[in-house]
Ligand binder design. Structure first.
Ligand code: GN1
Ligand code: MG
Length: 372
């Protein structure tokens, strides 16, 4: 099956070995290794991405901009098939694309020290910073309303209305938790209404495995650009908090293992601000604390809605999987909130050191904030 796809890209399948990579819930990824070179092959879930062509268009536009304005940036461009297209469809209608494997790079699956958190945050910050002069409105919404918290809440309410009695009973406490934190949706709506908070080029999937590291564990670049589209910076900053702060991830069933590492919070902000300090508006800088709550809460209600809907979106491997993920995220949200006063102290300290104001290292000259 994959052999046919490889040959569409001009690769003789018998000369390569194919190894499945990663743990993504939506797309599938393989490393394709040959004698002298290697590739990353990805299958795009077309149930989720209704218009995969938009992904290619976005990546090409961004690649062109970076080639012109930040030629030293390691941008992993997709490889064209023999037809010239960047996406190949198989008989089942799924789409595939190929990219070079960056030799000497590696990815990690879990954040085990604060330096990794710093490096990753810096790379996601750098990506948005380098694209600050690119008009985000030129990008397609590859997943419309992906991080629209108001809509996610409406979808949760809808799922709540239509769930089976059995699922409602099982999810009783989680449903209560979701309503108890509804104020986070109102904050989101006030952000949307505030025109000092711009839409930028945002990655929207900042898990650590989407960062390439070099042999010295320095960040090289970000990968997996399917969800790059206009958005708010709280999506990226918040998702890093969601996925880097706790040593146990959303799959953890023993909730005692979920903890919030406050020094990692500091590392994420330092890394992100090393690139974004001069770009973010004052209004955006007021949202650092909210960012984490926004993303943790959104993920909690997305998992919960999927459980109530009968597990139609996220891949699951046991019956209450999505419910456990939702409960896990509500525990993380509670622990994040409990750490809030310490987070505020960390932010104040960074402000004192002027770390949130000056831009130490960025090379870009594009500082303009564009609205879309
Ligand atoms: C999905 O498939 P993966 O792991 O890259 C989801 C993200 C969630 C994540 C939770 C397109 O990402 O939004 O944060 O699961 N992506 C999509 O694990 O829905
Ligand atoms: Mg992804």
């Amino acid at each position: 099956m994959l052999n046919k796809i490889l040959s569409s890209f001009g690769l003789a399948a018998e000369k390569y070995s194919i190894q499945k990579l990663g743990t993504g819930l939506i797309n599938h990824t393989w490393k394709v290794t040959g004698e002298s070179n290697a590739y990353i092959l990805q299958q795009i879930n077309s149930n989720v991405f209704k218009s995969p062509q938009d992904i290619s268009d976005n990546i090409l536009k961004i690649g062109n901009f970076l080639a012109e304005h930040a030629p030293d940036y390691l941008f992993v461009s997709p490889i064209a098939a023999t037809t010239g297209a960047y996406l190949i469809q198989d008989g089942a209608g799924d789409f595939y694309r190929l990219a070079p494997y960056v030799s000497g790079s590696h990815t990690i699956d879990t954040v085990t020290d604060r330096q990794q958190a710093f490096e990753a945050a810096r790379q996601f910050g750098k990506f948005t910073q380098l694209l600050d002069g690119f008009n985000a409105a030129e990008l397609k919404y590859t997943l419309p309303d992906f991080h629209n918290l108001a809509l996610r809440f409406t979808q949760f309410e809808q799922a709540h209305r239509t769930a089976t009695a059995e699922r409602l009973a099982a999810a009783n406490q989680a449903i209560e938790d979701a309503y108890a934190q509804q104020h986070l949706v109102q904050t989101y709506q006030s952000i949307v209404a505030d025109d000092t908070i711009p839409q930028r080029v945002i990655h929207h999937d900042t898990k650590i495995s989407n960062v390439l590291f070099d042999g010295n564990d320095k960040g090289l670049c970000v990968i997996d650009l399917d969800t790059v589209m206009p958005g708010y910076f709280i999506s990226d900053l918040g998702d890093m908090m969601r996925t880097y702060l706790s040593p146990a991830n959303e799959e953890e069933q023993d909730f005692d293992k979920i903890t919030v590492r406050e020094d990692y919070f500091q590392a994420i902000i330092q890394g992100y601000f090393a690139e974004m300090a001069a770009v973010l508006t004052d209004a955006e800088k007021e949202l650092l604390l909210y960012a984490g709550k926004f993303m943790i809460y959104m993920q909690a209600i997305r998992f919960l809605a999927d459980f109530l809907n009968g597990d139609i979106y996220y891949a699951t491997s046991y019956p209450s999987h999505n419910l456990v993920r939702a409960q896990n995220q509500f525990v993380l949200l509670r622990k994040y909130s409990e750490a809030e006063n310490n987070f505020i102290r960390i932010i104040q300290q960074l402000r004192k050191e002027k770390l949130t104001e000056t831009n130490h290292s960025s090379t870009t000259v594009f500082r303009e904030n564009r609205k879309v």
